[in-house]
Design a protein around this ligand. Sequence first.
Ligand code: JBZ
Length: 234
Amino acid sequence: MSNRFDVISIFPEYFAPLELSLIGKAKSAGLISIGIHDLRAQTSDVHGSVDDTPYGGGAGMVMSAEPWGKAIDEVVATNPSEIHELIVLTPAGEKFTQKLANELVNSKHLIFACGRYEGIDSRVTDFYKTMPNFKVREVSIGDYVLNGGEVATLVIMEAIIRLIPGVIGNPLSLDEESHTLADEAGTLVEYPNYTKPQEWRGLKVPEVLLSGNHALIAEYRKEQALIRTRNLGK
Ligand code: JBZ
């Protein structure tokens, strides 16, 4: 199970929310440990430069390889693990999915490299791909433009950490969740939920949910999930 997470970024403040809610509790309970590392700590010049102009020309700046190499080596030196899985956030990466979350939760040590600007010198991934104790993945959370990998890392970490046994109080809520309620046709999104009061602003809770007939309720929910799934993106 994933238990050690290291994040390297020029904006370590982005990761303050990891202290909150379920992830914060998982940390306090010792289910996970998280290290946040400032890439600029690896620079030697007074300005803490982490980027430079691209070879071949073009707009924007590219993150230099050396601060990344130092930061990753330092994180590895302080985390003895047989295998280190390096996740590099890039719009050019494979799409992050629940399937990938289910896979990554089995890694003992995940290192997230959050790029900024036009990205990181390609030799960083080239180099770690040659290391026998590394697995390198370039990952994107979706088809929209972000300023850097920080928010993508938060998304991915949350999706992984909630899968660790003990992080979510009621493990049943894990498999009844959106996108995991499977049927013959694939995956369904979640059915609509209601709680008290029975009537709100003239809108009533569907009668069947008050019936106490569990078979009928299950059938109704399945049907609603199918309708919602069919209407996705419309
Ligand atoms: C991502 C250069 O750093 C970036 C920029 C955009 C971006 C990422 C990293 S990761 N977009 C995504 O997951 O969509």
